[in-house]
Design a protein around this ligand. Structure first.
Ligand code: C2O
Length: 552
């Protein structure tokens, strides 16, 4: 096994992700950041230097469990102190299993500002993937706003509330086209045909393939908001991996991917080799106001400037939730994958509601909107600094008479920083319960992401979770994931084993929703974590301890 070293300098750079020049967060002058590539069993070491001048930074390695290294999880206020301007923090962690992952900022809304990149883990030497492919293509999907992230943050925390709106562009590997379309000539709409020569920062990254071969597409979504649907003209995709776990292969024409998820699909380039084909991404689950993101599957030796004969695939209707549900419900663990324990030790039901605090719009979980403390939880839990965060645990459930089909009868909620304390090595069930938002007839999609662990997705259902639903849970071959969606007015049931000591976030991966409090914190025997580096603790109450020389 190897140790893979990276030096990352985070700074603001000028970029034109969608042909419009704006300030974007870059790493080593690049946007998106450099791809990290390692083999299972390797140790990744990233020396992260903050060159932002006026704000802190951290990076989260999304999907990497951080076994035994909870301080390297890269979550500000949770696993570590934000890295100050001019300072360097070293992340050192094991990548224990192969898969498609990514990394992103986890302080304020820095992910929305463009702080992200791919992290790919290949099988260990001497091992083989359980499927064959001749080549590989990597697609990191995101959405992009022209308004600065600072303006977005202020708007979201203002009264009256100012929503960020729909993204201006969808990006594939950091590239999209605003105010023009690569495919305008197929329609008689008023959109201009893009006039790109290929060298532009917003020119699509063409996917070059040889005919009659098989390719693995690694697809990850780090969108701030958008749920996406991806399709390739004339090509079926066989889904083989989800969030770094093998799934029972199944074929689809298009796939839905929510923020925080990743997939691998296999395609065969068995179509007419004289043509090129469109790959498109479009918005799901919200009334779209953003054009499709496009790139080309270029069959060599055709020129990449040869446009496909048919227009890009059409994204399913944004509110065709049955389409999305049927995709999610087709995902099962590959045979031979670990099965969940038959019983749970503890079940926590989390009601997702939109609420108000003194006129400010928030998201709340069991009537608590998460407010992160100034001293990161991990140090506070480890050193018993009980005054730094709320000592009462948030509720395990919500009142049984709560009507999930209507706006909250009492929209007012509370904010808090309490944690759920989970006993080490116990089996925990989480029922994510969706509900109606503040406006009537509105219930949104929320992709929930767990840090430090994978969970089994035991099932999805409609309305309020009931004892009848209980009997229908899949304990036979549920997929392991780190992100799972709740559909409008529905529930999703998850199970995991709390076997990784630390303090971990579990939250909606929609950036503005997390900013508005949509998350909870799990303390899994953080008191007994050993070896937290001092640099992770150099702020708040743990910082004062270290000045007094009390760390070990
Ligand atoms: Cu990818 Cu806590 O997030």
């Amino acid at each position: 096994n190897q140790v893979r070293h990276y030096n990352f300098d985070v700074e603001y750079i000028f970029g034109a992700p969608d042909c419009n020049e704006h300030v974007v967060m870059g790493i080593n002058g690049q946007f998106p950041g450099p791809t990290i590539r390692a083999k299972a069993g390797d140790t990744v070491v990233v020396h992260l230097t903050n060159k932002l001048y006026t704000e802190g930074v951290v990076i989260h390695w999304h999907g990497i469990r951080q076994l035994g290294t909870p301080w390297a999880d890269g979550t500000a206020s949770i696993s570590q102190c934000a890295i100050n301007p001019g300072e360097t923090f070293t992340y050192r962690f094991l990548v224990d299993k192969p898969g498609t992952f990514f990394y992103h900022g986890h302080y304020g809304m820095q992910r929305s500002a463009g702080l992200y990149g791919s992290l790919i883990v290949d099988v260990a030497d001497g091992e083989r993937e359980p499927f064959h492919y001749d080549g590989e293509l990597n697609l990191l999907l995101s959405d992009w706003w022209h308004q600065s992230v600072h303006e977005q943050e202020v708007g979201l925390s203002s009264s009256p509330f100012r929503w960020i709106g729909e993204p201006q562009s969808l990006l594939i590997n950091g590239r999209g086209q605003y105010n023009c379309s690569l495919a305008a000539h197929y329609s008689n709409s008023s959109t201009n045909q893009c006039n790109l020569k290929g060298g532009e920062k917003c020119a699509p990254q063409i996917l070059h393939v040889q005919p009659k071969k098989s390719y693995r597409l690694r697809i990850a979504s780090t969108t701030a908001l958008a749920s996406l649907n991806l399709a390739i003209g004339k090509h079926k995709m066989v889904v083989v991996e989800a969030d770094g776990n093998y799934v029972q292969p199944f074929a689809v024409d298009d796939l839905d991917i929510y923020s925080g998820e990743s997939y691998s699909v296999l395609i065969t380039t068995d179509q007419n080799p004289k043509n090129n084909y469109w790959l498109s991404i479009g918005v799901r689950g919200r009334k779209p106001n953003t054009p499709q993101g496009l790139t080309l599957l270029n069959y060599l030796p055709n020129s990449a400037s040869k446009l496909p004969i048919s227009p890009p695939p059409v994204t399913p209707q944004w509110n065709d939730y049955n389409h999305s549900k049927s995709f999610s419900k087709r995902i099962f663990a590959r045979m031979g994958s670990p099965k969940p324990p038959k019983f749970y030790d503890r079940r926590i039901t989390l009601l997702n509601t939109q609420n108000k605090i003194n006129g400010y719009i928030k998201w709340a979980i069991n009537n608590v909107s998460l407010a992160l403390p100034s001293t990161p939880y991990l140090g506070s839990v480890k050193f018993l600094l009980n005054h730094t965060y709320d000592q009462t645990s948030p509720p395990e459930n919500f009142p049984s008479n709560y009507d999930v089909m209507n706006p909250p009868a009492n929209p007012n909620t509370t904010s808090g920083s309490g944690v759920y304390r989970l006993n080490y090595n116990t089996t925990v069930d989480v029922i994510l319960q969706n509900a109606n938002a503040l406006a009537a007839n509105v219930s949104e999609i929320h992709p929930w992401h767990l840090h430090g662990h994978d969970f089994w997705v035991l099932g999805y259902g409609e309305g309020k979770f009931s004892s009848e639903d209980e009997r229908k849970l899949n304990l036979k071959n549920p997929p392991l994931r780190n992100t799972a969606v709740i559909f409008p007015y529905g529930w999703t049931a998850l199970r995991f084993i709390a076997d990784n000591r630390g303090v971990w976030a579990f939250h909606c991966h929609i950036e503005p929703h997390l900013h508005m409090g949509m998350g909870v914190i799990f303390d899994i025997d953080g008191r007994n974590v050993k070896g937290i580096p001092n640099e992770a603790l150099a702020c708040g109450a743990t910082g004062r301890l270290s000045v007094n020389g009390m760390h070990h």
